[in-house]
Design a binder for this molecule. Structure first.
Ligand SMILES: Cc1cc2nc3c(=O)[nH]c(=O)nc-3n(C[C@H](O)[C@H](O)[C@H](O)COP(=O)(O)OP(=O)(O)OC[C@H]3O[C@@H](n4cnc5c(N)ncnc54)[C@H](O)[C@@H]3O)c2cc1C
Length: 506
């Protein structure tokens, strides 16, 4: 027996000399550095890499957390190996796709995470026979919309900003100017691939792992695993898309909001998506899937009720022209290749309402918009009308928490974050936003504990946020979290926790 051990030791020593046996890594970074990559595209950025300073930045620059490392997997195998390293060394894992989380969660939302940046997963494959597009988790909306447009004039129903990532957008819902016609982006996802905390790969669709499929569509951002790929149903774009920007003076706010509340009844055309923006004036943004004449007819009852607008800019054109307008970029090239250095200092907060806004809500909106923080560069409120196809998904999902929502409202403040008095400006703007939100929560229908909100406008200061985002689906989501990630490896300040007592907190 002893002789056998000696022989084994001698063999190990010889192999070590040949360089085939390495000491086991002692920390996360060594473990990541030791990954035997299956893809040339994979790479690791550590705190000592020259690019760490810029790579850790996300779109909302008021968040600057310090990840332990940023890993860019070029393959699912490499992603699985990196996740296993983090689990071994008890480091929280946070996926990042487009980096547009309102709370900077693409950077961990706290110091010390392993960020899994999926920017190397850039597959786009379209099957015209089924209209299904297969999309890598790192693709941004702009290049994807452009690709679908240029390959048969197809569209998918996601968010409006071209630099938002497909992953965060689709996993939390995905609302855009097509949602009343086709539903949320998550409703059109027909399959996903996800790597869990043990490094196991799961395929989820209606027939396969349907519980995971249910959870990832609406509650999938960062809580269950790293999604690597989506299959999404695309639709043929209509021949004509009409856009309208209709303005009223700010002093008509009460009348316009009241008329808006009456207009969006169940009979409102699903071809129409309205977003009403209140800033220095009122701007109603209309996307209509059809002709200008039909759009005017759908709009007429609102104009009659609210009173004549001060001006109107209309355009009958293509879906791609409309997408460029809503994406707030100058042209197709800027939509196809969004500026990934663009950023802002911003606080955005949101609530969902199942009925038109009350007089008390309107009073608060007018009060806060007419008294913006002195050092803000912009304050605005956007009120959308939902319903339509959002209320009729083809199959259940965690987004069912928000069926039958009438209005989404979004309040935003921006400031200059690189000026001399940046921190004072931030403090003042954050206080304004907190006070505005608190007043709205005070008068929320059913009281503060009933507050409901959209998880893609994530907000760590929201009252009862777990219930506000997931409502009746929460117990099932926690049971699934416990199944797929009992050790809470995928965790950030607003991730879904496993069931109490069944996990090690990180
Ligand atoms: C300028 C701007 C415009 C926006 N417009 C819209 C809009 O029109 N409609 C709308 O619905 N929303 C909109 N949003 C909100 C946006 O959809 C969410 O912030 C979304 O989560 C951003 O996704 P991301 O991938 O860009 O962000 P990230 O910060 O990369 O990710 C957001 C969250 O998803 C998780 N995540 C990312 N990738 C993965 C993955 N591969 N697997 C698992 N989890 C992952 C992250 O960990 C994080 O928690 C907008 C946000 C901004 C800043």
């Amino acid at each position: 027996m002893i002789q056998r051990w000696l022989r084994l030791l001698a063999l190990a020593a010889a192999l070590a000399l040949l360089g085939t046996i390495q000491a086991a890594p002692t920390d996360l970074v060594s473990c990541l550095s030791d990954i035997k990559s299956t893809s040339n595209a994979s790479y690791l950025t550590t705190q000592s890499s020259a690019s760490y300073k810029t790579e850790r930045l996300v779109f909302d620059r008021n968040f600057d957390y310090l990840p332990l490392a940023i890993y860019h997997p070029g393959s699912e195998e490499d992603a699985a190996a990196a996740i296993q390293c983090a689990a071994t060394y008890n480091v929280a894992v946070t996926p990042r796709s487009g980096g547009h989380s309102y709370e900077g969660y693409g950077n961990g939302g706290k110091d010390g995470s392993l960020v899994m940046n999926v920017d190397k997963l850039q597959k786009i494959e379209f099957d015209p026979a089924t209209g299904i597009v297969t999309v890598g988790a790192g693709v941004r909306l702009g290049p994807l919309y452009t690709y679908l447009w240029e390959n048969g004039q197809y569209l998918i129903a996601g968010g409006t900003c071209p630099s938002v990532g497909i992953s965060g957008n689709a996993l939390g819902g995905g609302l855009g100017m097509l949602s009343r016609k086709y539903g949320m982006l998550s409703d059109t996802v027909v399959g996903l691939r996800m790597i869990d905390a043990k490094g196991e790969l799961w395929e989820a669709n209606d027939n396969n792992n349907s519980d995971l499929y249910w959870a990832l569509r609406g509650a999938g951002s960062g809580s269950f695993g790293l999604v690597t790929e989506f299959k999404i149903q695309a639709f043929k774009a209509p021949d004509k898309v009409t856009t309208m920007l209709i303005h009223w003076p700010f002093n008509m706010t009460r009348k316009v909001i009241e008329a808006y509340g009456r207009w969006g009844s169940p009979s409102l055309s699903e071809d129409l998506f309205p977003a009403m923006r209140f800033e220095k004036q009122i701007e109603l943004q209309i996307n209509f899937l059809g002709s200008l004449a039909d759009a005017e007819a759908a709009l007429a009852p609102l104009i009659q009720d609210a009173g004549p607008p001060s001006d109107k800019v209309v355009h009958e054109g293509t879906w791609m022209e409309a997408a460029i307008l809503w994406g707030a970029v100058p042209n197709l090239e800027a939509f196809r290749n969004p500026d990934l250095t663009a950023h802002r200092y911003h606080r955005g907060r949101s609530l969902l309402y199942r009925e038109p806004l009350s007089s008390a809500d309107i009073d608060i909106i007018i009060e806060y918009l007419t008294h913006p923080p002195e050092h803000s560069t912009k304050v605005f409120v956007i009120i959308d009308i939902w319903r339509g196809k959002i209320d009729r998904p083809h199959t259940p999902s965690a987004f069912d928490a928000h069926r039958a929502v009438y209005h989404s409202i979004n309040l935003s403040v921006e400031w200059k974050g690189d000026s001399g008095n940046a921190s004072a400006s931030a403090e003042e703007c954050l206080a304004w936003s907190a006070s505005f939100m608190s007043k709205l929560e005070d008068v929320f229908p059913g009281g503060r504990p009933n507050v409901e909100a959209y998880q893609n406008y994530i907000d760590r200061d929201l009252t009862n946020w777990l219930e506000a985002y997931y409502r009746g689906g929460l117990p099932r989501l926690q049971a699934l979290k416990t199944k797929f990630d009992p050790q809470n490896v995928f965790s950030f300040p607003q991730s879904i926790p496993p069931m109490a007592g069944k996990f090690n907190s990180q």
